[in-house]
Design a protein around this ligand. Sequence first.
Ligand code: PMP
Length: 450
Amino acid sequence: MKDANFLKEHNARHLWHPMAHPADSQANPPAIITGGEGVEITDVDGHRMVDAVGGLWNVNLGYSCQPVKDAIAHQLDRLPYYSIFRGTSNDNVIELAEMLRDFFAEDGLTRAFYTSGGSDSVEVALRLARQYHKIRGEAGRVKYLSLKKGYHGTHTLGASVNGNANFRTQYEPLMPGCFHVPAPYTYHNPFNETDPERLAQLCLAAIEDEIKFQDASTIAAFIMEPVLGAGGVIPPHHSFMPGVRALCDKYGILLIADEVITAFGRTGDWSGSRHWGVQPDLMSTAKAITNGYFPFGAVLISEKVAEVFENDTSGEANIGSGYTYSGHPVGAAAAIACLKETERLNVKDNASARGAQLFEGLQDLGRRYDVIGDVRGGHGLMCALELVSDRQAKTPIDKATIGKMHQTAYESGAMLRVSGNNVIFSPPLVIEADQIDTILSAVDAGLASI
Ligand code: PMP
């Protein structure tokens, strides 16, 4: 490895970072991470800290998951690549499809289509939704509805249904036919409603109104995250997603659950949809499917959708989507090992217990620090603090102050993730109680420093 000074100096020269201004790495050099063990990471200077981000919501089993590492190494030796485009398959993708069917049986999802990541999975799910209606003779159903604050990756279709201007305005005009409805975000909403249940009902009414306004016969799908993640961890009232499901059924619209973050235990259930008692028509997954060790994703398909495609005799159901790395045998091997470990360790229960501990600790900080405007969580290991300079006016805290808080927490032993004026927590699901305490005391130190 090159030495620390070389790396720091050269980072800014030839490398543009995702989700950053190209000049930013000069002004604010990034942490250079060189090691990971358990739920901790180490930077190039040898500073070790608990990873409260869990990679990027994906390293659910931590950095030392030997079975996944072994599966990757073994598969690289045996068959490092082969495509699964029409005419070929491989043993791993078949075994994995079987495992996913069992894993998501309660969600009613019985078929898998592989991708190389979350944005791909979203893209494929949105395309399949349109195609489903075409096969059924409803070619006019082409529009998509989604939630403001939703995040659905960065492909152009995903960006079009994305509900955050930061990912949209640079690339406009985006896809026509994508419409956004209010999210059940208790802290900020256009209805000024602070009761989560009443807010859920108001949002559902707004969705129904939009469906009627657009004309239901023009809408292909509603896409939503069961808990809004990148938008700042916004859990809805438990009546919300079932309400969306009911509206989709009423108007013949497909429900796509974007579970790139929430599938595989993050919410304390094996899927976010199951957490709310909902069966989606399509589900996009990625991230934790391989514990983040290999780029891989899957779209999971319900029996209802599968039947329409499989019974088609017109040729309309031919799938015109797929990636060179769809069903990569190494990714599939990693996913098989990861799924086995995920179930063996029953990480969803630890996500619930440690998530409750983290949420309580953050609520306690919320009572002590005026800078905390809102504390969100309560559904597994997904929490957020929204920081404000004025609690009454809910004015977002400035970038420099939240940056200082982040840096102090870093020096105090926790890697946090800042997104706008939110601090987002998504640690590995195998985290232990004392490591949650380490995160909380680092956050405490960070808040004290501002
Ligand atoms: N959908 C959701 C809900 C996500 O959180 C993300 C990534 N954070 C994506 C899609 C895109 O996934 P990827 O970054 O793997 O393309």
